[in-house]
Every structure is written in structure tokens, then in C-alpha cells.
Write a protein that binds this ligand. Structure first.
Ligand SMILES: *[C@@H]1O[C@H](CO)[C@@H](O)[C@H](O)[C@H]1NC(C)=O
Ligand SMILES: *[C@@H]1O[C@H](CO)[C@@H](O)[C@H](O)[C@H]1NC(C)=O
Ligand SMILES: *[C@@H]1O[C@H](CO)[C@@H](O)[C@H](O)[C@H]1NC(C)=O
Ligand SMILES: *[C@@H]1O[C@H](CO)[C@@H](O)[C@H](O)[C@H]1NC(C)=O
Ligand SMILES: *[C@@H]1O[C@H](CO)[C@@H](O)[C@H](O)[C@H]1NC(C)=O
Ligand SMILES: *[C@@H]1O[C@H](CO)[C@@H](O)[C@H](O)[C@H]1NC(C)=O
Ligand SMILES: *[C@@H]1O[C@H](CO)[C@@H](O)[C@H](O)[C@H]1NC(C)=O
Ligand SMILES: *[C@@H]1O[C@H](CO)[C@@H](O)[C@H](O)[C@H]1NC(C)=O
Ligand SMILES: *[C@@H]1O[C@H](CO)[C@@H](O)[C@H](O)[C@H]1NC(C)=O
Ligand SMILES: *[C@@H]1O[C@H](CO)[C@@H](O)[C@H](O)[C@H]1NC(C)=O
Ligand SMILES: *[C@@H]1O[C@H](CO)[C@@H](O)[C@H](O)[C@H]1NC(C)=O
Ligand SMILES: *[C@@H]1O[C@H](CO)[C@@H](O)[C@H](O)[C@H]1NC(C)=O
Length: 587
């Protein structure tokens, strides 16, 4: 007997090893009849609704196969459904039968088009749930108290229901979906009754909490202290646009695992005095548009762990960039629209992992450090809207990963040198407008193979001709405002096959450039502030146009505008500016 007991205890661990590998093995899992029946019921009550109305039945699953092999379904070794992932499928309808799948541990319904409240479901029936993701699926109203009984939850994501509604309004109107979004749908879910404290008080295993765009505005500032006391395992706290006021609390420092803190668009105004301690653990910090003012401690930029910092759109926030050492991990740094000032340190070249650097619309001055040309992973570099001076070193154009380069609205001077070889450049967007640049545009800029947007307005470049840009076959946007432009002859083959937006404002034009005749994708055309005389040719009235500016020209409209002519249609037209045109003959 003793021997037997010994043997059993010897083999038991092996047995468990074997059985746990069974659950992930390739052996066919049994599909239990009840589980299959609940899934079929679910399939019956859901429907496909890409435009938020019934489009077709939801027929994802092949009835001739095992329910455990169905897409989005995962079973345990005994055939119980333990995971259901129906994310991003444009589903609508009701999903009550999910709540009979009692063994469920992971439920993901994110990115669908439900447009319903969360009441009446009884989430507390899923006592084994560890991961619940209902983000961006058009759920609205109170968050039900049943979710607070899911004591095993490790990850809870109820975020961004607003972006689901934005999807809907963008289908309705691609141009101004955001303007149509009703105010009450900017924070469709609410935490009032139950409040934030009641929701989280049992959820002590939570490691991730995403409640972005949930309305928590009626909560007192205590929410922060409560969270710090209860959620001691928290790694991620994401509460953008929750209507939370008041400073972040010092007790956040108790969350010793906190690595990601996202708090965008809450007017918290002040950082707690121990913010350095809190941030020293962070990998990801985002405090965009938080009404922050005063001085931002630059030590945070030096924290060896931090990979991403976004404190943009805090216009009264002051600060300077520190000297960076080479053991820095920063990948993304955004200080746009703050009052950061001073020079950009040469040591910025030590940030070797940087992919995104947004320092636009601040108060930086002095030269662009040449060491930036060493940042080989940089994809997006935005230094526009500062007081940067000196010249543009052409080594910036040869950064191997760079896709956008914005240097406009500064005090940059001089000639841009030619640079070695543009053929492998990935640059798609280049803006250098509103500086004091002189000389010719380098030929290599005119050969950037991927260039889609080129903004070179208001400099002192030598005269240009439109033909110069003809090699830029992917050009979608070209801004030549206040550029000395020579329109000579008429190159009948000149065309920009992808061009959508063109500004030739303040270019001393005396006639309509004929190249426009051959552009059939033009959405926005600005010919304002020229000296164009005469009648608007019919070919200018393009049905693709959404915005047309002819203001401040000496144009005659001897007949009616074609706007009322049945031969013309402008389904896209949103803006038409004819101010200070000679429209005396206007009907
Ligand atoms: C969902 O709908 C959108 C908009 O109608 C569409 O772009 C997308 O491809 C659809 N996705 C699926 C998985 O059907
Ligand atoms: C959804 O709406 C768009 C735009 O109105 C339309 O082009 C598309 O065909 C619609 N799709 C379905 C599945 O109804
Ligand atoms: C949770 O799962 C366990 C097995 O892991 C099971 O025995 C139990 O019944 C489940 N709980 C509920 C409420 O179904
Ligand atoms: C929830 O699902 C969405 C859509 O698949 C995904 O983008 C998001 O990261 C998920 N949330 C969590 C916490 O995993
Ligand atoms: C959502 O549901 C409400 C109430 O049933 C309805 O008025 C609204 O039009 C729906 N919105 C969408 C995007 O389907
Ligand atoms: C923004 O912060 C200032 C103090 O710096 C405060 O007076 C103001 O009320 C705050 N605004 C909001 C919307 O909280
Ligand atoms: C912005 O920064 C400049 C330069 O450092 C400083 O003179 C000014 O007072 C700051 N403005 C605000 C509102 O803090
Ligand atoms: C690395 O970072 C730590 C902490 O910021 C700093 O003390 C140390 O000097 C740095 N080492 C190097 C080689 O720069
Ligand atoms: C670029 O990095 C190399 C190697 O680390 C260094 O020698 C060089 O000085 C750096 N260039 C600039 C402009 O900082
Ligand atoms: C430019 O670079 C490409 C790829 O890196 C190479 O194939 C080509 O020969 C180079 N051209 C010149 C003129 O150096
Ligand atoms: C046009 O550019 C010149 C420099 O070439 C500049 O002096 C002038 O202010 C600019 N005009 C406008 C309206 O921006
Ligand atoms: C337009 O012509 C005027 C007068 O000749 C000249 O002063 C101005 O610089 C020209 N503008 C541009 C952008 O070339």
C-alpha cells in the first residue's frame, strides 16, 4: 500500500504534465453538445452590420465541423469553450447565449457595431472570466454592476466606444464625421451608479484597466487613491477623456508594477509632487491635453526604462530638453504645442531607438543638431513651428527610415545642398515652407521616389516651373503659395496623376494654369491672390472638387456660375471662395 502511494505520488506530476499538454495538443477535442448549442444560438442572434444596419446573417461557422475548431473559439481538453474572440467583425444583434458558456475565461467582442447597453446580460454569470474586452463596439449607458463581481479579471477593456460611433458618422460623411458626432456620444459609457470605486473594489487581480472615454466625471478626486490602494497588481492604467479633474494622487507610487499610464484629455492641471518617483517605473507615459502648466521635470526624459512620452497640447507647460546619454530607451517623444524652449541638444543623437520625434509648435531656437542624422530608426521628425535657425543639413534627407520631415515655420536660412542618393528614400511628406531658404530646390528633392506631399511655400527660392515637379509621380499635395513661379508656354504632357491638393496662391499668375485641365483627382484648389483676368474656363469646374478658392483675382463672371447649370455637378463641394472677384454680373 505504501509502495502504491509512493508510485502514485511519483507519477502524479507526470500525469498533470501530460494532461496540460493535452489541452494544447492536436488531438481532437470533444465538442460538448451544450457548448455547441449555445454557440449556434449566438450565431443565430448576431448579424453582420458593416453600416450599422442588418446586412446579412452571421454565418462564420461551418456546422459540419467540430465547434472547438470554429474560428474565434477555443476549448479546454474536455470541450468547454474557454475563449471566444469575435473582435472586429462588424457584428450587431444580441449575445445573451454567451452567458451560458460558464467556463469562459477570455471574451473579446471589441470593434463591432452593437449600439446597445450592457444591461440585461448578467456578466456575473461568467465567474471564470479573466479577460474581458468590449472596446470600441458602440456600447452606451451605465456600466452594469455585474462586471464588478468578476473577481478573477486580469484585464478589463471597456474603452473607446466613441471611436465606434465615429466610425458610423464617418460612413455617413467621410469629410466631417467628427463634426457630426453628438456630444453625448463622446463618452457613451458612464460610471456613475455603480461608480468607479464600486466597479474596481473586487477586482484586485487586475493588471490592465482601459476605461478611455468612459464618463467618470461625477467621481470625486478620491478615485485615484482608491485605485492605488485596491489595484496593487496594475501594470496599465488608461483613462483618457474620462472627464476626470483634479491632480493625480501621490499614492500612485504604491502601484509598483505600473508601467503604462495614459491620461490624455483630462484637465488634471497639476502633477503630484512625487511624480518623478511614479514615472521612474514607467515605460509609457501619455498626458496629452491635460491643462498642465509650470515646469515639467526633465529627469523623466532620462529614466532608463521610458520608451514613450507624450505631453503634447499643454501650451503653458515649460521645460527644456536635457543632455541625453546613450543608455536611453526612448522610441517616441512628443512635446508638440507646449512652451518647451531652449536649444535642441547635440546629444539628441544618443536616442538611437527613436522612431518618432515631435517637437513642433514650441519655443525651441538655435540650429538643428547635426547628430539627428544618426537616428537611423527615425520615421517621423517634426520640428515645425519653432524659432530654429541655421541651415538645413541635407543629411536629414538620407535618414534611412524617415517618412515625414516637417521643418516649416522656422527661421531656417540658406541653400539646401544636394545630397548623395535619394533612390532609396522613404520620405512621403516634406514641409519646409515659411522659412528664409534660398537658392534652387535640390534636384534630389524633386526625385524623392515616395514623395506624396511637398510644402515649400513662402521662402526665397529661385524661380520655379511646374515642370520641375513632374518626376514626383506620387504627388498628392503641392503647396507653392508665394513662390516665384514661371508659367511659360504650355507643356501639354505635364500632369500629376495623383494630385489632390494644389495651392498656387500669391504666385503672380495672370491666367489659369492649363495643367489643371488634366488633373482629374483634384479635391482642393487654391488660386487666390493672383492677377487672373477673364472668364473661368469650364474645365476648372471639376466634379471632384471639395474646396475651390478664387478670391482676390480679377475674374469676370459674365454669365451665371455653372453651379446652377444642369451640365455641371459638384457633389463634393464644401467651400467656394469668390471674395473680391469681379462678380458684378453674378445673378
Ligand atoms: C467592417 O465594415 C467596414 C466599414 O463598412 C469595412 O471597411 C470593413 O472591411 C468591415 N470589416 C469586416 C471584417 O467585415
Ligand atoms: C455601406 O455604405 C457605403 C456608403 O454609403 C456603401 O458604399 C456600401 O455599399 C454599404 N455596404 C453595405 C454592406 O451595405
Ligand atoms: C470555472 O471553471 C472551473 C474549471 O476550471 C469549473 O469547475 C467551474 O465550474 C467554472 N465556474 C463556473 C461558474 O462555471
Ligand atoms: C481589445 O481588442 C481590441 C481589438 O481587437 C484591441 O485593439 C485591444 O488591444 C484589446 N484590448 C486589450 C486590453 O487587449
Ligand atoms: C443606436 O440606437 C439608437 C436607439 O435605438 C438609435 O436611435 C440610433 O440611430 C442607433 N445608432 C446607430 C449608429 O445605429
Ligand atoms: C487649467 O489650469 C489652470 C491653472 O493652471 C486653472 O486655473 C484652470 O481652471 C484649469 N482649467 C480647467 C479646464 O481645469
Ligand atoms: C513660454 O516660454 C517663454 C520662453 O521660455 C517664456 O518667456 C514665457 O513666459 C513662457 N510662457 C508661459 C505662458 O509660460
Ligand atoms: C545610464 O543611466 C543611468 C541612470 O540615468 C546613469 O546614472 C548612468 O550614468 C548612465 N550610463 C551611461 C553609460 O550613460
Ligand atoms: C554619429 O554616430 C557616430 C558613431 O556613434 C559618431 O562617431 C558620429 O560623431 C555621430 N555623428 C554625429 C553627427 O553626431
Ligand atoms: C543609389 O542607391 C541605390 C540603392 O541604394 C543604388 O542601386 C543606385 O545605384 C544608387 N545610385 C547612385 C547614382 O549612386
Ligand atoms: C512672401 O514671401 C516673401 C519672401 O520671399 C516674404 O517676404 C513675404 O512676407 C511673403 N508674403 C506672405 C504674404 O507670406
Ligand atoms: C510678384 O510680383 C511682384 C511685382 O513684380 C514681386 O514684387 C513679387 O516678388 C512677385 N511674387 C512672387 C511670389 O514672385
Amino acid at each position: 500500500m505504501k509502495t502504491l502511494h509512493f508510485l502514485v505520488s511519483l507519477f502524479l506530476p507526470f500525469f498533470f504534465l501530460f494532461s496540460s499538454s493535452l489541452s494544447q495538443s492536436h488531438l481532437p477535442k470533444q465538442c460538448l453538445d451544450d457548448q455547441r448549442a449555445y454557440l449556434l444560438q449566438l450565431q443565430h442572434h448576431l448579424y453582420y452590420a458593416p453600416n450599422f444596419t442588418f446586412s446579412s446573417k452571421f454565418e462564420l461557422w461551418d456546422l459540419n465541423t467540430h465547434c472547438c475548431s470554429w474560428e474565434g473559439v477555443t476549448c479546454d481538453a474536455l470541450g468547454h469553450v474557454i475563449e471566444l474572440d469575435l473582435s472586429n467583425r462588424n457584428l450587431s444583434g444580441s449575445f445573451h447565449s454567451i452567458f451560458n458558456l460558464h467556463y469562459l475565461q477570455h471574451l473579446n467582442l471589441a470593434g463591432n457595431n452593437f449600439n446597445t447597453t450592457l444591461h440585461s446580460y448578467g456578466f456575473d454569470k461568467l465567474q471564470n472570466l479573466t479577460h474581458l474586452n468590449l472596446s470600441s463596439s458602440c456600447f452606451y449607458g451605465q456600466i452594469p454592476v455585474d462586471i464588478s463581481y468578476l473577481a478573477r479579471l486580469v484585464s478589463l477593456d471597456l474603452s473607446n466606444q466613441d471611436s465606434c460611433y465615429l466610425r458610423y458618422y464617418t460612413i455617413l460623411n467621410p469629410y466631417n464625421g467628427y463634426d457630426l458626432l453628438p456630444y453625448e456620444l463622446e463618452r457613451p459609457l458612464k460610471l456613475e451608479k455603480p461608480n468607479f470605486k464600486t466597479l474596481i473594489k473586487n477586482l484586485r487581480f487586475l493588471t490592465e484597466l482601459y476605461l478611455d472615454s468612459v464618463d467618470i466625471s461625477t467621481q470625486s478626486t478620491k478615485w485615484c487613491t482608491t485605485a492605488s490602494l485596491v489595484l496593487s497588481n496594475l501594470h496599465v492604467l488608461s483613462l483618457s477623456n474620462c472627464g476626470l479633474k483634479g491632480p493625480l494622487c501621490s499614492s500612485l507610487s504604491r502601484l509598483s508594477f505600473l508601467s503604462k499610464l495614459i491620461f490624455d484629455e483630462n484637465p488634471i492641471s497639476y502633477l503630484p509632487p512625487n511624480f518623478l518617483e511614479i514615472s521612474s517605473r514607467l515605460v509609457f507615459l501619455s498626458l496629452m491635453d491635460c491643462n498642465l502648466s509650470g515646469h515639467f521635470p526633465s529627469e523623466i526624459f532620462l529614466s532608463p526604462k521610458i520608451q514613450s512620452i507624450d505631453i503634447s497640447i499643454n501650451e503653458f507647460l515649460n521645460g527644456q530638453l536635457p543632455e541625453f546619454s546613450s543608455n536611453n530607451s526612448l522610441q517616441s517623444l512628443s512635446l508638440s504645442y507646449t512652451n518647451f524652449s531652449g536649444k535642441l541638444p547635440e546629444s539628441i543623437g544618443n536616442l538611437k531607438f527613436l522612431t518618432n520625434l515631435e517637437l513642433d509648435d514650441c519655443n525651441f531656437f538655435g540650429p538643428i543638431p547635426s547628430s539627428i542624422a544618426n537616428l537611423s530608426h527615425l520615421v517621423n521628425l517634426d520640428l515645425g513651428g519653432n524659432k530654429l535657425s541655421g541651415s538645413i543639413h541635407s543629411s536629414l534627407f538620407t535618414l534611412p527610415s524617415l517618412k515625414t520631415l516637417h521643418l516649416g515655420d522656422n527661421q531656417l536660412v540658406g541653400k539646401i545642398d544636394e545630397f548623395p542618393n535619394a533612390s532609396s528614400s522613404l520620405i512621403q511628406e516634406l514641409s519646409i515652407g515659411n522659412n528664409y531658404l534660398t537658392g534652387p530646390i535640390p534636384n534630389l528633392i524633386l526625385q524623392l521616389p515616395s514623395l506624396e506631399r511637398l510644402y515649400i511655400e513662402s521662402n526665397s527660392f529661385s524661380s520655379m516651373k511646374l515642370d520641375m515637379f513632374v518626376q514626383l509621380k506620387n504627388l498628392k499635395g503641392l503647396d507653392l503659395f508665394n513662390v516665384s513661379l514661371l508659367i511659360e508656354g504650355n507643356n501639354r504632357s505635364l500632369t500629376f496623376p495623383q494630385l489632390e491638393s494644389l495651392s498656387l496662391s500669391l504666385c503672380n499668375l495672370t491666367e489659369f494654369p492649363e495643367v489643371i485641365k488634366r488633373q482629374d483627382k483634384l479635391i482642393s484648389l487654391d488660386l487666390s491672390d493672383n492677377h487672373i483676368h477673364g472668364v473661368v474656363p469650364n474645365w476648372l469646374w471639376k466634379s471632384t472638387l471639395s474646396s475651390l478658392d478664387l478670391s482676390f483675382n480679377v475674374i469676370d463672371f459674365p454669365n451665371q456660375l455653372p453651379l446652377t447649370d444642369a451640365n455641371f455637378s459638384f457633389p463634393m463641394l464644401r467651400e467656394l471662395n469668390l471674395r473680391f472677384c469681379n462678380i458684378s454680373a453674378f445673378p
